[in-house]
Design a protein around this ligand. Structure first.
Ligand code: CAA
Ligand code: NAD
Length: 283
């Protein structure tokens, strides 16, 4: 199946980035969020990125005009009626994801692929909520989407090879390097990366070192591009906590117990960069 038109549901950190790389790869893109301000903000963010690229001579003014002409940003999910794939990037909550995928199955064309950008949840469970479980899979991008090269492709138990191959080709056309992973909590990267951030939060909670010292130590001592607490702030502490909670429940293993530092920050509404405060202050 050839993908020509891409739908992206959720215009937050990830949805905006996924829409950006999709437009840049030549697709017509519909980006939908329930909150009108967020949909408008996403267009502004993309135009800022393209203005920067124009300044650097990486794109022309014609390219930017063409990108805008191929991008619809709005709040009406019915705009997805004629898309070939929907990439869902809404909150990391299984009930919300099942509900929207059921709705997407009812309104999209019979052949439309439904992909979820979930960080950890069960693809099979989301697929089972739809009328097309063979065409549902995980297409997991990394933050920041325009920079990170990886896309994990995760078939559910009944996803066809055709569906997976179409999505692998789509990821390649977006300039990404796809890897195929079997369904399992957190797939490959988050199974390894999230417990690492969780342990850094434990070190912080136990008062062993400040956030700055922990991050400096992991950058200079372990060669990480950024420290684990700055990374949790960039990802969103609500998302990191949701993934920890899911691992703890699914594996029933105390090694995945979420750090109390994450719980406290989320209870305070200090979710990281997106709320202006997390382990660091961004205001
Ligand atoms: N959005 C778009 N572009 C960005 C960006 C952002 N948020 N942050 C940086 N960039 C771009 C810059 O514009 C710059 O591009 P140019 O070369 O074209 O100018 C380039 O990236 C390098 O930026 P900087 O020199 O400012 O910064 P850096 O070299 O320190 O790199 C980084 C920044 C790419 C974020 C790097 O620190 C890094 O790789 N960090 C680790 C990121 C990571 O681990 N991501 C995965 C998170 S987990 C996840 O996503 C999965 C999940 O389900 C939770
Ligand atoms: P976010 O909070 O920035 O954005 C989520 C957006 O979804 C919000 O704008 C919200 O208004 C919108 N939304 C919620 N319910 C909706 C609905 N029913 N219809 C349309 N829009 C709806 O979150 P994010 O960081 O972009 O994460 C989105 C998804 O991507 C999550 O599943 C997350 O686990 C995953 N993910 C996040 C990262 C990351 O680093 N933040 C990386 C990879 C994957």
């Amino acid at each position: 199946m050839e993908i020509k038109k891409v739908g992206v549901l959720g215009a937050g950190i990830m949805g905006a980035g996924i829409a950006q790389v999709s437009v840049q790869a030549g697709y017509s893109v519909v980006l939908i969020d329930v909150v009108p301000e967020i949909a408008n903000k996403a267009r502004k963010t993309l135009n800022k990125a393209w203005a920067k690229a124009l300044e650097k001579g990486k794109v022309s003014a014609e390219n930017v005009a063409d990108y805008n002409a191929r991008l619809i940003c709005g709040t009406d999910i019915n705009e997805f009626r004629d898309v070939d794939i929907v990439i869902e990037a809404i909150v990391e909550n299984i009930d919300f994801k099942k509900k929207v995928h059921k709705q997407l199955g009812e309104l999209c064309k019979a052949e439309t692929i439904l992909a979820t950008n979930t960080s950890a949840l069960s693809i099979t469970e989301i697929a089972a909520a739809t009328n097309r479980s063979d065409k549902v899979l995980g297409m997991h991008f990394f933050n920041p989407v325009p920079v990170m090269k990886l896309v994990e492709v995760i078939p559910g138990v009944v996803t066809t090879d055709d569906t997976a191959q179409t999505v692998i080709q789509l990821a390649e056309k977006m300039g990404k390097e796809p890897v195929l992973a079997k369904e399992s909590p957190g797939f490959i990267v988050n199974r390894i990366l999230v417990p690492y951030m969780n342990e850094a939060a434990n070190v912080f909670y136990e008062g062993i070192a400040s956030a700055e010292e922990i991050d400096k130590a992991m950058k200079l001592g372990a060669g990480m591009p950024m420290g684990p607490l700055a990374l949790a702030d960039m990802v969103g502490i609500d998302i990191v906590l949701a993934v920890c909670e899911f691992f703890y429940k699914e594996f029933a293993d105390s090694k995945y117990r979420p750090s109390l530092a994450f719980r406290q920050k989320v209870r305070a509404g200090h979710l990281g960069k997106k709320t202006g405060k997390g382990f660091y202050n961004y205001m």
